[in-house]
Write a protein that binds this ligand. Structure first.
Ligand SMILES: *Cc1c(COP(=O)(O)O)cnc(C)c1O
Length: 393
């Protein structure tokens, strides 16, 4: 639901405290109430048939969801924002908003893997043609356009392998041809990268990650501008999507501390990444905000910060040594998702599913999420892990 929200005009740390709150509308309570409700009553027949109320029906929004949507619209510089039950449903809803049978979609090869699955199953079944493209294509994306290309989907940095895309260059080509652009901006969040200000039409975030920040919520957000916003709003409504008021309130609560948490994740993540880079067991670190990374120049040009998620390629070791490393870690949980307070680690391998690029690395690949713990403790944990790895090799 579109809600009037002021343009973000203070620094991000101030905005996340201020936006989406109207205490004196709710008897002075600092946070908007968690409003449970499906039916919304009209006081008179005239109001009912004239749709004069601010709200019409629970599924279409209430003061709790509206507060978070309004805050995000201001942060993103969007005409409006909708909430979805997960990050993945934000991706599918955004794609379905702008594509129809016979259309062609350019999808980045380094997209979040379940995003690829949507393309290969749902979109393919609907008669939408998908071509995967190299994340480093930049303005050369012009050479991949077809007569029926209607949308280009980006994700920067890419899932698992962290390639940075030249977002403004791709957006410029798309804009000249009237092609809609969508980006999965979960890594940077609108705090560190505002896609709509770089020519993108639709900005998607898995709020499950840093917006939530506590590994206790699945939620997605779609912010858009111009004609794309009208399509997103309509399709979101037609598909019957909504989130529970408790989840919207958790998302809004996460927003209040997003800037301080991200700063800490960024700083600690870089400290761990820089330490890892100097370890004899590590071949290279994949962190676009670290000097020397292939994506560093684009990151520095376009982004104003980084989060705690990055990767590393180890020197070749047998799998049992990798297992010994993982099993010995006391502070890194082994599990999917990220963005919470806790540090996490997973192995990954893109060999079997990338199609526009080749994943051919020199050793085992790992992805780390650096949480809010003291980085010295995390480094000591990893150092112990490497000792165990060496003993098991
Ligand atoms: C986790 C993730 C999603 C999906 O979010 P869910 O809430 O788990 O559905 C989408 N994109 C990226 C980049 C993610 O990391």
């Amino acid at each position: 639901m579109k809600s009037p929200s002021p343009e973000a005009s203070f620094a991000p740390a101030t905005e996340v405290v201020r936006l989406g709150r109207d205490p004196f509308r709710f008897d002075g309570f600092v946070n908007p109430p968690v409003v449970r409700g499906s039916t919304v009553l009209s006081p008179t027949y005239e109001d009912l048939v004239g749709h004069t109320g601010r709200y019409s029906y629970g599924r279409r929004g209430n003061p709790t969801s509206e507060a978070l949507e309004g805050a995000l619209s201001a942060l993103e510089g969007a005409d409006g924002t909708v909430l979805t039950p997960s990050g993945l449903s934000a991706v599918s809803t955004a794609l379905l908003s702008v594509l129809k049978a016979g259309d062609h979609l350019l999808m980045v090869d380094t997209a979040y893997r379940p995003t690829r699955r949507i393309c290969d199953t749902v979109l393919s079944r609907l008669g939408i043609e998908v071509t995967y493209y190299d994340p480093l294509v930049g303005a050369q994306i012009a050479g991949l356009l077809k007569e029926n290309t209607k949308a280009i989907f980006l994700e920067s940095p890419g899932s698992q392998s962290f390639e940075m895309q030249d977002v403004p260059a791709i957006a410029r080509v798309a804009r000249e041809r009237g092609i809609t652009t969508l980006i999965d901006n979960t890594w940077a969040t609108p705090i560190y990268f505002k896609p709509l200000d770089h020519g993108i039409d639709i900005s998607i975030m898995a709020g499950t990650k840093y917006l939530s920040g506590h590994a206790d919520l699945n939620i997605g957000t779609i912010a858009a501008r111009g004609p794309a916003w009208k399509k997103v709003l309509e399709t979101h409504g037609d598909l019957g999507l909504c989130v529970s008021p408790d989840d919207a309130a958790l998302g809004a609560r996460g927003l209040r501390t997003l800037v301080v948490r991200l700063e800490r994740h960024w700083r600690s993540g870089l400290a761990v990444a820089q330490w890892l880079r100097n370890q004899p067991q590590v071949s290279r670190v994949l962190h676009p905000a670290m000097d020397g990374d292939p994506g560093y120049d684009i990151w520095r040009r376009d982004f104003s910060g980084a989060c705690g998620l990055f990767g590393a390629i180890l020197k070749p070791v047998p799998e049992r040594a990798v297992a010994a490393f993982f099993d010995s870690l006391a502070l890194f949980g082994m599990g999917y998702s990220w963005g919470g307070f806790e540090s996490l680690i997973i192995p990954f391998d893109c060999t079997d599913y990338r199609t526009a690029t080749t994943w051919n690395v020199e050793g085992p690949a790992i992805r780390l999420h650096v949480g809010l713990e003291e980085p010295e403790d995390l480094i000591a944990d990893l150092a112990r892990g490497f000792e165990r790895m060496g003993a098991a090799a």
